[in-house]
Write a protein that binds this ligand. Structure first.
Ligand code: KIV
Length: 300
């Protein structure tokens, strides 16, 4: 097993290695791909099952997102997600040893209280197998970002519609539509780059603004609801695969109808159980011949 982060960037930067044969994705590898113009692919995963599927699909980055709160834990937003919850889900993902770069999301209040607390939380993520952390916010988060990078903890920024700011934003609304906000976002992107972030998520902003950020910074921008001109794209696992009931937000494209297909499969199994069609000989074990007749002669 090659330890995380030790594979030198190699080979044709544009070639996509099959997931079974590729080496671990590292930050230098990611930058080589980015500078060669290859679009980066990131998806969330929250447990061993979703991580294995994401890694087998050959994505470049797996994000253990705090969206685990809405997607898996039934919360209305990400604010109740704690470090204990994130650690629990990160550990499950990390146990699968994904070849994708593993990034863990700093939940609300895990990087707001003090530098010491921020370092302990983020360092704990790295000790659990993450290779980098992501945190929401612009210039006001710089003291924490500086301290993290100083402690050898790679940081991915996150600008635009930052879900932990749902209350000040007044809901999950597209950001950067007004001149002052758009200019502030451009400024924040520059500051994150200058602080040493290795990349940044741009969420829920107009495509033109994301394009302008992407051409003014040299680090990769990973878009979600930010149009096609970012350096890469990220979506929530359950959104891409249609695993959640109801309609998807505008920025999601579903590549499967997971909820409908899995519901139909489970309903078919339930019908077989009720009708006596499951299990049959294919799913059952048999006794050796001699033991079968011995059992039939036994009476209480
Ligand atoms: O928590 C999350 O899933 C995220 C992505 C949507 C970028 O932050």
């Amino acid at each position: 097993m090659v330890p995380y982060g030790f594979d030198p960037p190699s080979g044709d930067p544009m070639s996509h290695q099959p997931a079974e044969t590729r080496t671990h994705v590292t930050l230098p590898q990611l930058h080589t791909w980015h500078h060669a113009g290859r679009k980066l692919v990131m998806v969330t995963a929250y447990d061993a099952a979703t991580a294995r599927i994401a890694d087998a699909a050959g994505v470049d980055i797996i994000l253990v997102g705090d969206s685990v709160g809405n997607v898996c834990l039934g919360f209305d937003n990400t604010l109740p997600v704690s470090m204990a919850m994130m650690n629990h889900h990160l550990e499950a993902v990390a146990r699968t040893r994904p070849t994708a770069l593993l990034v863990a999301d700093m939940p609300y209040l895990s990087f707001h209280l003090s530098v010491e607390d921020t370092l302990r939380n983020a360092g704990g993520f790295l000790q659990r197998g993450a290779q980098a952390v992501k945190l929401e916010g612009g210039a006001k988060r710089l003291p924490m970002i500086h301290a993290l990078i100083d402690a050898e903890i790679p940081v991915m920024g996150h600008l635009g519609l930052t879900p932990q700011s749902v209350n000040p934003m007044g809901g999950f609304k597209v950001q950067g539509k007004h001149k002052a906000d758009a200019l502030q976002l451009l400024e924040d992107a520059q500051r994150l780059q200058d602080a040493g972030c290795f990349g940044m998520v741009l969420e829920g902003i107009p495509a033109d603004l994301a394009a302008r950020v992407t051409e003014t910074v040299s680090i990769p921008t990973i878009g979600i609801g930010a149009g096609p001109h970012c350096s890469g794209q990220v979506l929530v696992f359950h959104d891409v695969l249609g695993l959640l009931p109801g309609t998807s937000p505008k920025f999601v494209r579903r590549y499967a109808e997971g909820f409908q297909d899995l519901r139909a499969a489970l309903a078919a199994w339930a019908e077989d159980v009720r009708g006596g069609g499951f299990p049959d000989g294919r799913e059952s074990y048999t006794l050796p011949e001699g033991l079968r007749s011995a059992l039939s002669q036994w009476h209480p």
